[in-house]
Design a protein around this ligand. Structure first.
Ligand code: HEM
Ligand SMILES: CC(C)=CCC/C(C)=C/CC/C(C)=C/COP(=O)(O)OP(=O)(O)O
Length: 306
């Protein structure tokens, strides 16, 4: 039987979405690192969680993050349609109607938060709900369209997963998960602004006040360097506070030195041709590897110390 078309606010009409579009709505590639940092928070925590419950906790982080990403795209369908990088997403491409994305996002949010509470504890569940609410309301709806500092404050949403993973095991939050939160919090500006430098025209076209659009490239390069310096302190804090040992210490020292080198190369450049942004692309790609490496090292270190 032929499906009946549904009217949408973006491109009408569209056919009922394929399951692959719901997966795309969760931004699965970005979420791999979100889930990994959550998993590392869980594995680094003292204590024991039954493997089935540990798996459920990680699943809840993935579903909660996916729910937040869906709600982000429900809200931004018109903006995404104006940017080359995002125009082929399910909503702007007309493969899904906005109502479906809204229902999917709200349903998945409740499901992940309640399941987390039932499987582990209500502190982990509360922090998960705060991170979803923060990403959707504070970052996406409030700050992103208003200020170039949107990701500095709004980026906190993405820093919660290791805290959630830790809390799922221990039922509390102590110095190490807070240090890991700080690391992601100060990592986010260089991570995102490196990318924003080479997709600047996209953001300008969509009318989003990202830093390179509002304050220019020179200011953005300076800010990347500034936040890299603070991030370096956050990265070394777990060693300085004796929360981790030599494996994390060595990884953090070498990894951060390379990060600082790449950030410095970006800072030194005055290039404005978006097609020739090699150092910016290198910093963006490396920022992802960097977080994988440091979080992996925290776990190895804590297990060897135990
Ligand atoms: C407000 C904070 C953040 C902003 C604005 C941001 C923005 C972006 C954007 C625009 C992309 C390009 C990907 C795409 O086109 O879909 C990206 C890629 C990525 N981000 Fe972020 N990001 C933020 C925080 C994070 C956090 C907290 C993590 C994980 C801990 C993360 C992990 C990644 C990964 C793994 C990719 C690469 C995805 C791929 O391979 O396509 N980001 N980020
Ligand atoms: C557990 C939980 C809820 C985690 C949330 C994780 C989180 C906030 C990740 C942020 C990463 C992300 C996709 C930013 C994209 O920014 P954007 O939305 O401005 O990018 P876009 O232009 O690609 O839509």
């Amino acid at each position: 039987m032929a499906s009946s078309p549904i009217l949408t606010g973006v491109h009408a009409p569209v056919l009922p979405a394929h399951w692959r579009d719901f997966v795309a709505l969760t931004k699965p590639r970005v979420m791999t690192l979100v889930v990994f940092t959550g998993l590392c928070g869980l594995l680094a925590a003292p204590g024991h969680l039954h493997p089935v419950l540990a798996f459920t906790a990680i699943l809840c982080i993935a579903l909660g993050a996916g729910a937040a990403a869906s709600l982000n795209q429900w809200w931004e369908a018109d903006i995404d349609a104006k940017m080359k990088r995002t125009a082929s997403r399910p909503l702007p491409a007309g493969r899904m109607d906005r109502q479906s994305a809204l229902h999917f996002g709200v349903g998945l949010s409740f499901f992940s938060v309640i399941l987390m509470g039932m499987a582990t504890n209500w502190l982990a569940s509360a922090v998960l709900s705060v991170s979803i609410l923060f990403y959707v309301f504070v970052y996406t709806i409030w700050l992103k369209p208003r200020t170039a500092q949107n990701i500095v404050i709004g980026g906190a949403a993405g820093a919660f997963p290791p805290v959630i993973g830790w809390a799922a095991v221990t039922g509390d939050v102590s110095a190490l998960p807070i240090a890991l939160f700080m690391l992601i919090f100060f990592w986010t500006p260089p991570h995102f602004w490196a990318l924003a430098l080479f997709v600047k025209t996209d953001y300008a076209a969509a009318g989003i006040p990202m830093l390179p659009v509002v304050s220019g490239e020179v200011a953005t390069r300076r800010q990347i360097w500034f936040y890299t310096a603070i991030m370096a302190v956050a990265a070394l804090a777990p060693v300085l506070l004796n929360l981790t040992g030599v494996i994390y210490g060595t990884t953090a020292l070498l990894g951060t030195a390379l990060f600082a080198l790449f950030a410095f190369q970006v800072y030194r450049r005055r290039e404005s041709d978006p097609a020739r942004m090699k150092p910016e692309k290198r910093l963006f790609k490396y920022s992802i590897l960097y977080l994988f490496l440091l979080f992996g090292a925290v776990v190895v270190d804590r297990w060897l110390l135990a």
